[in-house]
Design a protein around this ligand. Sequence first.
Ligand code: FAD
Length: 309
Amino acid sequence: MTHISKLRQLVKGTLLENEPMSKHTSYGIGGPALAYIIPKDRDDLAKILRFAKKNEIPVHFVGSGSNLLVNDQGIDGLVITPAKALRILTFKGNCIEAESGVMLGKIVKESIKRNLSGLESLIGVPGTLGGALMMNAGAFGDEISNYLKSIDIMKLTGRIYTLSPENLDFGYRYSSLNPDEFILLARFELPKTSSEIIQGKRIKASQGRKKSQPLRFRSSGSIFKNPGANLAAGYLIDQAGLKGACIGDAEISTKHSNFFVNHGSAKATDIAKLIFLARKTVYEKYGVMLELEVKTIGFCQSELDPYAA
Ligand SMILES: Cc1cc2nc3c(=O)[nH]c(=O)nc-3n(C[C@H](O)[C@H](O)[C@H](O)COP(=O)(O)OP(=O)(O)OC[C@H]3O[C@@H](n4cnc5c(N)ncnc54)[C@H](O)[C@@H]3O)c2cc1C
């Protein structure tokens, strides 16, 4: 009996064998995962994690894949997601408790309805709460970690721990959350503010996004982190003459040079080649090595980094 058939007997939720990751990334790109699993609940998740650990099967935690580039060869391991399963969201006064599979957009909208402030500028950021916490998603001055009270995570042993922000480090598109730990839920406490202030920030963020981002095409948002507070990666790529550069069906967007878009049938290798090209050209012209914001699975360093040792 293979590991996957044993797992199939164990899993109460959904297990999809050889599932193309192109169905689960905003890019619409990515080869098959050994199994794509949506655990039914925490007990189910604990069993799956212990099985994977015991049998030394690699696991990858994924939200809605909106910041993810998966190789065309796929993933020789389990992909486990809370999306469509862990989706309980509760509000008590100023306090929010949300499971990691809740879409960030839903939390933002429900907070706005209650005049709770602090997340409104994140309107329009795709993805789940789990992905937002791992990435410390942010936009127009707000970051998901700003009003965080605590996070529950599950380790590969199946044990659950509660972490407080004092035990964690958050920065620009960075969190010290461990990639081996599954984010289960988070608690926030947001201040009440007037609806005019909240709506003003929401509208500004929404309009800013529509104006500057190529939202008609599939992408993963920004490919690179901005190298400085006053230095945008998109500006450097643009100045390096790469706006509109194409490889296969992948393009460095003409609307926002830090968005690499899929015009339909782009492969992961096409995006990877654009990443390589942008890094090499920007480094040669400006001496700045761009750091990836997008998370990648299944690439060797030399495919993405022209200066890999
Ligand atoms: C059009 C567009 C616009 C965007 N605009 C912004 C923006 O303004 N600001 C911004 O910050 N981002 C932006 N992004 C990027 C993306 O939306 C965010 O990074 C988002 O928070 C990712 O959430 P996700 O659920 O899709 O995570 P995924 O892409 O699935 O995963 C991202 C990372 O989180 C980890 N992860 C996900 N869920 C869990 C979990 N439950 N437990 C442990 N680890 C987990 C994954 O392993 C991976 O490392 C944009 C993307 C797109 C496509």
